[in-house]
Design a protein around this ligand. Sequence first.
Ligand SMILES: Cc1ncc(COP(=O)(O)O)c(C=O)c1O
Length: 388
Amino acid sequence: MDQERLYLDFNATSPLSQSVSGWLKSGEVLFANPSSQHSAGKSTRKIINESRTQIRELFQKSEKDFQLFFHSGATEAMVTFAYSFSEWARLTGKDLLVCYSKLDHPAVTALSERYFGPQVKFLELHMTQDLEYDHDQNLKSIQDKKDNNPDLIILYHHLWVHNETGIVSALEDLKNLKQIPDLYIHVDAVQAPGKIVNWKSLDVADIFTFSAHKFGALKGIGFSFLNKSIPFSPLISGGAQQSGLRSGTENPQGVKSIALAFKDLESINVQKTITQRENLESFIQEELTGKGEIISKRGRLRSSNTIYFYLNNLSSDIALALFDLNGLMISAGSACSSGAAKSSSLLLHMGLTQVAKNGLRLSFGFDLSEAELSLIKQKFHSILAKVK
Ligand SMILES: Cc1ncc(COP(=O)(O)O)c(C=O)c1O
């Protein structure tokens, strides 16, 4: 077994950023409840407030226009907004249409299996064979629904950077959709920070959601920006912390970790990571000749760090074990909780039925050294030599 392993699964979760791990090593624990009125509580509140200001400044989202609230991560946020919009529709006697793609993260696709009330319907968006949104067709389908039901409220989910392929769906392309009245766009920005050049430009949409563990901060926390003009019903109610947007004792340690991780991300040279990915991708392409194919190359716009591919004759569960034993910790496109290979909705969508269980994802960090890059190539070469 190869003892020297390289972690290439940053899209699943990233290691802690330098500032976050340095801070945790310092031993500072923000134990006091920020809602408490004593000095320990107040000093924790101050840290939360400073972190909030830093996050707002980074994304240029002012208090005047956007609410900012923390939650446990994007999965909670997806349910929160579906619930909140369904309440808005119910309370106003209107219908709600939730638009999503079957290629979205399961945090979104699973919404269509839940019951939010008789007023809520789902519309599956059309995606092209090259895994892009078919905006013209989707615009037409939504416009038809709106014409038939002028009071319709629409919650439109948009996956900015795909978690498996790294394919980027630009926010500018959503502009035409915003012409439809009562249509609100929720951007799943989970995979964007540090992986695309314009990750700080939160344009066009109304809601943006992030998960902290994807960019070097702690797990179990995320945040959303919500346009202030949108009525909101909290999914989690209780002690009215965070102005009632999401009750429950706040997580100061998590909040500070977000601010620290973003500070580190600001100095990332995205273009440098793109060049490294291109270099690695050319190498992998050669190695895969006659043995598989890189899928993510089909995207017009790409994230800096992700290569999605398949092997012709090896299902992802077996391939993962082979890669892991030989020193590369990568990930399957999709796996069930038992670890057995599951058909990938992406590969099925592309008509690649024969290899639908064979999808593999390699996603690396932003500060890969040249030595690591050549080690990845070396290991990849010796793994592929074992594949028929
Ligand atoms: C694109 C995308 N959206 C949503 C999620 C869900 O995030 P979390 O598991 O942090 O709630 C993930 C996590 O993998 C993701 O990659």
